[in-house]
Design a protein around this ligand. Structure first.
Ligand SMILES: [Zn+2]
Length: 340
């Protein structure tokens, strides 16, 4: 597709005011997750809509202010308006715990913070989820940020700190990382539903330390699973990666689907994540897009009753086009694969 055809098709999607490729059997969520700086790629929302996608998640590595500043900027407002015009949902997905419980509170009450393996309270990462005051502050912060970062889907993603440990205090020790995260997520959900959005749903991300399904803590209705297999290989289908030494396996997803409702569960994948393929270092490498692997993986998710699929697509931006040319084929094959 040349640029003129692309712009024509994008305009047609915009004119239709909704996603032109939506079909009854399509995944309900067909998304990409981008950092705001990826939006230098011209017409990212138009490209997403034209490929049949319906959701863009905005991501930040560990700081909420990057996103709040973006949505308040002219550029951010133009992005949100474009998504609205194209019928695209917008969400916000990020590691947030350090921001939700400001590390400043260590001067007020150390016991709100995580105890490390040596029995010392530390402000590094996450919190002590057995401390009611910590949960209150976290939920209150989530409420404040949710008034600025307003997902059009009612789905809120306030993840734990990236791949980090949880609390070893007497009260928390018996709980796994997944269970400790879920204590926080349940509390955020209750607060958001009571004070902000009665339809709020909150993500439980199963990702490295939180891959084990929670047993002793149950998800409140409205907490949904988000399975993010960051350590898997993209050179062959996920279903072939079964060795017990691998932490990301479909078997682990299946165990989580015994705890969380299937119909609201989401796969957060990395098929298009060029930041991951580039080792999170610029300049970006050429995206090793593999449509056959993607298609096989999508079938595995569909077979399990998963209806929500999204992929990071970071570092596919204006610089990428200069270095490696148009990424259009990969975006299109990805979008079409989620529609069919
Ligand atoms: Zn604790």
């Amino acid at each position: 597709m040349n640029r003129r055809d692309f712009l024509w098709a994008a305009a047609a999607v915009a004119a239709a005011g909704k996603n032109a490729f939506a079909a009854p059997h399509a995944f309900l969520t067909r998304g990409v997750v981008l950092i705001p700086f990826d939006l230098t790629l011209p017409e990212w929302p138009e490209r997403a809509a034209q490929a049949g996608l319906n959701t863009i998640g905005l991501h930040a590595g560990r700081r909420l202010d990057v996103l709040t500043r973006f949505v308040r900027s002219d550029e951010g407002q133009r992005f949100l308006a474009a998504c609205k015009r194209l019928g695209l949902h917008v969400e916000y997905e990020l590691h947030a715990m350090e921001d939700l419980l400001s590390r400043e509170y260590i001067h007020k009450d150390k016991s709100m913070f995580r105890m490390d393996k040596n029995g010392r309270r530390t402000q590094e990462f996450n919190c002590c989820p057995s401390h009611p005051g910590a949960l209150e502050i976290i939920a209150e912060s989530a409420l404040e940020f949710s008034r600025i970062l307003r997902p059009t889907t009612h789905r809120y993603f306030y993840w734990p700190d990236d791949g980090r440990e949880w609390c070893h205090c007497d009260k928390c020790r018996e709980f796994s990382s997944s269970e400790q995260a879920l204590l926080v997520e349940n509390h955020i959900l209750r607060t958001l539903r009571k004070h902000h959005d009665p339809e709020a749903a909150v993500s439980h991300i199963a990702y490295v330390p939180t891959l084990d399904p929670p047993k002793q803590v149950k998800p409140e209705p409205g907490v949904f699973l988000e399975f993010a297999p960051i350590t898997r290989s993209y050179e062959r289908p996920f279903a072939e990666q079964t060795a017990k030494t691998l932490i990301d396996r479909l078997e682990v997803l299946d165990a989580n689907l015994e705890v969380f409702p299937r119909e609201t569960s989401q796969a957060l994948e990395y098929w298009l994540d060029n930041s991951r393929f580039s080792g999170w270092t610029r300049p970006a490498k050429k995206l090793p897009w593999n449509n056959a692997v993607f298609r096989a993986d999508v079938q595995e998710y569909a077979k399990r009753g998963i209806r929500h699929v999204t992929s990071f697509a970071c570092y596919i931006d204006a610089d990428y086009v200069k270095l490696h040319g148009e990424p259009w084929a990969a975006i299109t094959e990805y979008g079409r694969g989620l529609v069919q």
